[in-house]
Design a protein around this ligand. Structure first.
Ligand code: HEC
Ligand code: HEC
Length: 120
């Protein structure tokens, strides 16, 4: 029952999230004036799409941008950013490998629900 609730929460996703969490297989080259250092999201993701997704991730973890970023340089990597990338890959794997035949999709919010460390 509990798990079902979590999964239902995860079905409320925007097109941007769908892009990030599973449906993109192909990695086009980075754009000249777009994001500079995308390693998980497709290189073609626009600045606007990245920002929308980042707002979702911040909300899911209940933290501001500087939890993961050096405010002076968003493209710079930090340990938290690397951890978030791992989580993005994990989320994508769950959706692509295990939920592809279902109408459910997990997002950061499915587990985190506003906290950095999900609690039981
Ligand atoms: C939980 C960690 C986390 C939070 C919080 C977060 N970001 Fe990010 N951000 C990332 C990761 C990881 C990437 C790189 C994604 C990739 O490699 O595909 C990234 C990439 C970006 C980029 C692209 C930088 C470039 O040029 O490559 C921008 C812009 C950005 N974030 C803005 C924001 C903003 C604005 C916020 C707050 C609303 C925010 N982020 C909150 C983890 C985070
Ligand atoms: C299947 C459940 C699940 C999903 C989905 C998930 N996470 Fe996590 N995440 C966890 C758990 C559990 C931990 C704590 C791991 C630990 O303590 O070792 C964690 C830890 C983290 C941390 C480290 C927090 C800290 O305090 O250092 C970051 C950053 C993070 N997740 C980001 C994300 C982002 C961004 C997404 C979506 C792309 C995401 N997570 C999706 C379960 C999940």
């Amino acid at each position: 029952m509990r798990m079902r609730k979590k999964i239902l929460l995860g079905t409320v996703v925007s097109a941007t999230l769908a892009l990030a969490y599973g449906f993109v297989v192909h990695q086009p080259p980075a754009q000249a004036d777009g994001p500079k250092n995308l390693q998980v999201l497709p290189g073609s993701t626009s600045e606007d799409e990245v920002r929308q997704l980042m707002q979702e991730m911040s909300r899911a973890l209940g933290e501001a941008c500087d939890f993961c970023h050096d405010d002076d340089n968003m493209a710079k990597d930090t340990p938290k950013k690397e951890e978030a990338r791992d989580m993005m890959r994990m989320t994508r794997a769950i959706n692509n490998r295990h939920l592809s035949d279902s109408n459910s999709e997990v997002t950061c919010m499915t587990c985190h629900r506003g906290e950095t460390t999900p609690t039981q």
